[in-house]
Design a protein around this ligand. Structure first.
Ligand SMILES: *Cc1c(COP(=O)(O)O)cnc(C)c1O
Length: 403
């Protein structure tokens, strides 16, 4: 996920526009800002790129999730279904609102298993939050059918799959709300930042107000604005938004190179016996930010990951033993270690994550290795990577049965 790989003149020029006026805030100071409204400009361009009516920029992908949930009216005691393989932001954003995360199994798409989602629905469920991990998506058609049937909000976390599509629609635009991160390691970056897209006007109005203390943003005097509801401060600064405008201009270029590099490695790995690929739901196209493979067993995946590291290939991730992205590493969540007292709704309703059976998730995650696709590789570097990857995996897999 390489936005930082292409940081250059365009980003500096955008940031300089802001530095020249010194107006670092996205609201007000109309006379001083030399006509620059970077956050607004990014929102308009991003909504268009994502074929959505509305975009709200905020300070991070995590705050995008919080604001999206809040804008849909989700609050204390409401249950939100999320996958076991995700980023910690999923449960953080939910718990921030006093809502209750409900973790369910993933399948061979490495995202929410629709059957597990349906089985987890209770009278308190309000929202299903698929997380399109590592460049590819959940079966959005199946999840949408479940949400329609049970009158639930479908909120897509597309932070790791910007530019991917499902049934021709940009990921993030298929559900009721879609969230993106522009943190430093994402496909396009603002340094720090996040975005929410939606076609629902009321959600857009709610998000606009909630991310800025409930301000109604009517008129030109912030001090005179009313506050229809309570809010918070999740605003983005003009400096960060300015970087994002330049990065958005590079998105198609980034996606094109990712796809080329991904396909080159995939073609080679498909000839290695024992390597299989993550399944992509029918109608979906990945954004090609990661090549995700399965090995025949957990033991072989562990060995392969170790061997890949030893042969000097960077950017190969074994999430099963990684504290960022899988339930096994989240002791703080499983034991509800919080600084202050948690809302009683969370304490009373949350599943016992130390004893819940996630064998199906373990089955897939134990065998998964994700290979990061960069765009700065020269043809030579790509070729060397391909050779080392295939040779290392062949070597590990050739030992099957000879142990
Ligand atoms: C990066 C990420 C987020 C959070 O984004 P931040 O901008 O770092 O807060 C949320 N979900 C997923 C899947 C992510 O990868």
């Amino acid at each position: 996920m390489p936005g930082f790989e292409v940081f250059g003149e365009e980003e500096r020029k955008q940031v300089n526009d802001v530095l020249e006026s010194g107006v670092l805030m996205r609201y007000g100071f109309d006379g001083m800002r030399n006509g620059h409204w970077k956050a607004k400009e990014f929102e308009t361009a991003f909504a268009k790129r994502m074929q959505s009516e509305y975009c709200q920029l905020v300070s991070s992908g995590t705050s995008a999730l919080t604001v999206a949930l809040a804008s849909a009216g989700i609050g204390a005691g409401d249950e939100v279904i999320i996958p076991t393989f995700t980023f910690v932001a999923s449960f953080e954003s939910i718990m921030q609102l006093g809502a209750v995360p409900v973790l369910v199994d993933i399948d061979d798409t490495l995202t929410l298993d629709p059957k597990a989602v349906e089985a987890a629905i209770t009278t308190k469920t309000r929202c299903v939050m698929p997380v399109h991990m590592c460049g590819s998506m959940a079966d959005l058609r199946a999840l949408k059918a479940i949400c329609d049937k049970h009158n639930l909000i479908l909120l897509e976390d597309a932070c790791q799959a910007i530019g991917g599509t499902f049934e021709g629609k940009p990921l993030g635009s298929y559900g009721d709300l879609g969230c993106f991160s522009f943190d430093y390691v994402k496909t396009i970056t603002c340094g720090e930042g996040g975005g929410i897209i939606t076609n629902k006007e009321q959600f857009a109005i709610n998000a606009d107000q909630y991310q800025d203390h409930g301000h109604d943003h009517i008129g030109r005097d912030r001090g005179a604005e009313t506050h229809p509801t309570l809010g918070y401060n999740f605003r983005i600064s003009e400096l960060n938004a300015a970087v994002g405008i330049a990065q958005l201009g590079k998105l198609e270029h980034i996606l094109g190179i990712q796809k080329k590099n991904y396909l080159h490695l995939r073609t080679a790995l498909s000839k290695v016996e024992g390597v299989t690929f993550r399944s992509v739901p029918k109608g979906g196209e990945e954004n090609y930010s990661f090549l995700n493979i399965f090995l025949p067993s957990q033991e072989l995946a562990e060995k392969a990951h170790k061997a890949l590291g030893e042969s000097g290939i960077d950017g190969c991730f074994y999430w099963f033993n990684n504290n960022w992205h899988y339930i096994r590493g989240w002791e703080h969540l499983r034991n509800l270690n919080s600084l202050g007292t948690l809302p009683s709704e969370i304490k009373n309703q949350i599943q016992d994550l130390n004893t819940t059976d996630f064998a199906s998730s373990d089955h897939w995650m134990g065998r998964t290795i994700s290979i990061l696709i960069k765009i700065g590789w020269s043809d030579k570097e790509l070729e060397v990577r391909k050779e080392k990857l295939t040779a290392t995996l062949r070597e590990v897999l050739s030992k099957i049965g000879t142990r």
